[in-house]
Design a protein around this ligand. Structure first.
Ligand SMILES: [Zn+2]
Length: 81
């Protein structure tokens, strides 16, 4: 069964699978290099770009403030490709 955190995050960003971690472009800063890591076993995430880390509730908290940025950034990514 996939972790709750993974399900939640995958609603926002595209995740690619590594051996023990899932990674993707951080939704909390303008990330071009998949700095955002999720450790499904521990239900935690960490971004090596902006330093944000935590679990489900931290992701939700961060999301509230950055929703507009989040949508803007995926929009500009669409324009880039
Ligand atoms: Zn980040």
């Amino acid at each position: 069964m996939p972790s709750e955190l993974v399900l939640l995050v995958s609603e926002h960003i595209k995740l690619s699978e590594g051996r023990k971690v899932l990674k993707g472009n951080c939704p909390f800063h303008n990330d071009q290099s998949e700095s955002f890591m999720i450790y499904p076993v521990k239900e935690i995430f960490k971004c090596f770009g902006c330093g944000l880390e935590g679990g489900l509730s931290e992701f939700n908290e961060g999301n509230k403030g950055t929703q507009i940025v989040l949508y803007n950034s995926s929009f500009s990514e669409v324009l880039l490709f």
